[in-house]
Design a protein around this ligand. Structure first.
Ligand code: ZN
Length: 143
C-alpha cells in the first residue's frame, strides 16, 4: 500500500484506513480536518479522534474533466471521471471525499457508504494513498 497522502488527516491501523478528526475538549464538536481551534466555541483543546468508517451520502456530483493542477497531478490524457461527495458520519461530521463510484445511476442521496482508499498521483509523480468512500453495497475488494 502506498504511503498516506497526509498523515494529519488519516492513518492506517491494521491495514485499514481511518480518518482522523479533532474533538473539542470544551464542547465536544467534531471537525474534519482537525483545526487549531473549535469553530463552535473557539476552544483550543482539540484532541485527535478516529472517525467512523461508515456514513450516508449527503450530496454528490461527478467530476467530468481534469481538475486544475494543483491539486490534480494525474495525466490529463487518461483522465477518467470520478465521483465527489459529502458523506455524513452519524453523530460526527460531514466529510468531503472522493467516491469510488462515478456512475450516477449507482449513487443516490442517503445511501450507506463505507470508507475506502484510492491511490492518487502526487506532485512528484509518485502514488499516495488517500481516502474515498464506496457504496456500502459493494462489499469487499475495494479496501
Ligand atoms: Zn468547542
Amino acid at each position: 500500500m502506498a504511503e498516506v497522502i497526509d498523515p494529519d488527516i488519516m492513518e492506517v491501523i491494521d491495514g485499514r484506513l481511518r480518518l482522523v478528526g479533532g474533538r473539542c475538549g470544551a464542547c465536544g464538536e467534531i471537525e474534519f480536518p482537525r483545526k487549531q481551534s473549535c469553530r463552535d466555541c473557539g476552544g483550543v483543546d482539540i484532541a485527535k479522534v478516529g472517525l467512523a468508517d461508515h456514513g450516508v451520502l449527503w450530496s454528490w456530483t461527478v467530476q467530468r474533466f481534469p481538475p486544475p493542477s494543483p491539486p490534480y497531478f494525474g495525466a490529463v490524457d487518461d483522465f477518467e471521471p470520478f465521483g465527489v461527495g459529502y458523506v455524513e458520519l452519524p453523530g460526527e461530521v460531514i466529510v468531503e471525499a472522493r467516491l469510488t463510484e462515478s456512475d450516477s445511476d449507482r449513487l443516490r442521496i442517503g445511501m450507506p457508504m463505507e470508507l475506502s482508499g484510492i491511490d492518487v498521483v502526487t506532485e512528484t509523480g509518485e502514488l499516495a494513498r488517500t481516502f474515498a468512500f464506496a457504496p456500502a453495497e459493494q462489499q469487499g475488494g475495494l479496501r
